[in-house]
Design a protein around this ligand. Structure first.
Ligand code: PLP
Length: 391
C-alpha cells in the first residue's frame, strides 16, 4: 500500500515506463498557424482551429460586446438565472444553420455527449458505438447504464449484426458515431448507417466535431451534404474547433431539446457557458455561413491538397476524402515520440498521439491543417518530414 505520494509515484512510473508520459506546455501566444512556446516561434500543425477563427477579430469583437453587456460570468446554471440572451441567440443560430427544430448549448462537447446519452438511455437499453468513437461518447455510454456494444470501425456488416442482436433485447437502441473521425480523418459511411438504423428501428447520434464549418456550402457538416441531417435523431458538435470559440451543443427535434433541459445532468448542474464564449461562437457560426467562411474553406482545401500530394510522394497514405486531419501512422509509441522531436527541432509543432487516445502500436503524428497556413508552411513541413522519415 504505502501513503498517497508513494502510490502516485508508482502510478506515474508505470506511465513513464510505458512511454505514455504526458505533460503540459505553456503556449505564450494566441492560437494561430504560428505559436510561441518557451520564447520560440513554431509553425503549428496541431490545432483544431481549422479556419483560423479562434483569433479572428469578428469573434473577439462579439466577445467584448458580450462582456460589456453581460459581464464575464453567467452566475448560475441555465435553469436558475443563468440563461442569458447570448445563449438563446446562439441556440437559434445553431438550429437555423443546421436545419434543426432546436438546439441546446453545453459548456463543452464532452458535456453535450454526456448529457445526451445519459438522458436518452438507461438500463435495459443498448448503445452501439463505432470502435473509434471519441472518448466523450464512450464515457457517456458507460455512464448511461445501457449495455455497450462496439462495431468494427466503419463496418456496416458488423453494425448490422450488432443491430440484430440489440433489436432482440427489447429496449431502446442507439447507434453513435462520428462523421469525420478525429484521429484518422476518415468518414463514416453515413448513408449506410442511416439506412441500417432505420431498418432496425434504432436512433442515431452523430458527432460532427471535426466536420462542422468545413464541409458543405454553408459548412454544415457531412450529414447535411449527404442530405441525411433530417434522418439523424441526435446531432452533436463542438464550438471549440472550426467555430473558433468554446462550448458544445446538441441539435434535433423540439422534444429532444426539452428532454435534455429536463434531464441532462451536465446541463442542469453546471454553470451556464460564459456569455463571451457563446457570443463568440455565434459570430463564428455566422462567419462560417458567409462569403468569408466560403473563401476560408477554399483556402483550407488548397493547403490540404498540397499536403496530401506531398505526404503521398513521401510514401504515406492519406485519408480517402479531403480532410484537414492527416494521420501519419508511425506504429510504436517511442518511434512516434522520436519523430515528433525531430520535427520540433525543425520548428514544427505536431503532436504524437498515443495509446489510449488511439490503439496500441498505432501511434501517429496527427497533422492538422488550417486555412491560416501558407503554401510555404506546408512545403516546409514536407521538407522536414522528408528528413525526419527513417522508414
Ligand atoms: C473535441 C471532441 C469532442 C469534445 O468537444 P469539446 O468541446 O472539446 O469538449 C467530442 N467529440 C469529438 C470527436 C471531438 O474531437
Amino acid at each position: 500500500m504505502g501513503g498517497l505520494e508513494e502510490q502516485l509515484g508508482r502510478d506515474l512510473d508505470a506511465i513513464r515506463d510505458a512511454g505514455l508520459w504526458r505533460e503540459l506546455r505553456q503556449v505564450e501566444s494566441a492560437q494561430a498557424a504560428r505559436i510561441t512556446l518557451g520564447g520560440r516561434e513554431w509553425i503549428n500543425f496541431s490545432s483544431n482551429d481549422y479556419l483560423g477563427l479562434a483569433g479572428h477579430p469578428a469573434l473577439g469583437q462579439a466577445a467584448k460586446e458580450a462582456v460589456e453587456r453581460f459581464g464575464t460570468g453567467s452566475g448560475a446554471s441555465r435553469l436558475v438565472c443563468g440563461s442569458l440572451q447570448p445563449h438563446h441567440e446562439l441556440e437559434a443560430t445553431l438550429a437555423g444553420w443546421l436545419g434543426a427544430e432546436s438546439a441546446l448549448a453545453f459548456s463543452s462537447g464532452f458535456a453535450a455527449a454526456q448529457g445526451a446519452l445519459t438522458s436518452l438511455l438507461g438500463q435495459g437499453d443498448v448503445v452501439i458505438l463505432d470502435k473509434k468513437a471519441h472518448a466523450s461518447m464512450i464515457d457517456a455510454a458507460k455512464l448511461s447504464g445501457a449495455t455497450l456494444r462496439v462495431f468494427r470501425h466503419n463496418d456496416l456488416g458488423n453494425l448490422e449484426q450488432r443491430l440484430q442482436w440489440a433489436a432482440a433485447q427489447g429496449g431502446r437502441v442507439l447507434v453513435a458515431t462520428e462523421s469525420l473521425f478525429s484521429m484518422d480523418g476518415d468518414r463514416a459511411p453515413l448513408a449506410g448507417i442511416v439506412e441500417l438504423k432505420e431498418r432496425y428501428g434504432a436512433w442515431l447520434m452523430l458527432d460532427e466535431a471535426h466536420a462542422l464549418g468545413l464541409y458543405g456550402p454553408l459548412g454544415q457538416g457531412l450529414a447535411a451534404i449527404d442530405g441525411l441531417a433530417k434522418r439523424i435523431e441526435i446531432r452533436m458538435g463542438t464550438l471549440g474547433k472550426a467555430v473558433g470559440a468554446a462550448g458544445g451543443f446538441i441539435c434535433g427535434s423540439g422534444s429532444l431539446i426539452e428532454l435534455l433541459v429536463n434531464k441532462a445532468r451536465s446541463f442542469i448542474f453546471s454553470t451556464a457557458p460564459s456569455p463571451a464564449a457563446s457570443a463568440a461562437a455565434r459570430a463564428g457560426v455566422e462567419l462560417i455561413q458567409g462569403g468569408e467562411g466560403e473563401s476560408l474553406r477554399a483556402q483550407l482545401w488548397q493547403r490540404v491538397e498540397e499536403l496530401r500530394r506531398g505526404v503521398e510522394s513521401l510514401g504515406w497514405s492519406a485519408p480517402a476524402g479531403p480532410s484537414s486531419i492527416l494521420p501519419l501512422i508511425v506504429g510504436g509509441e517511442a518511434k512516434a515520440m522520436a519523430m515528433m522531436e525531430k520535427l520540433r527541432e525543425a520548428g514544427f509543432f505536431i503532436p504524437a498521439i498515443r495509446y489510449p487516445t488511439v490503439a496500441r502500436n498505432e501511434a501517429r503524428l496527427r497533422v492538422t491543417v488550417s486555412a491560416s497556413h501558407t503554401s510555404g508552411d506546408v512545403q516546409g513541413l514536407l521538407d522536414a518530414l522528408g528528413q525526419a522519415v527513417t522508414r
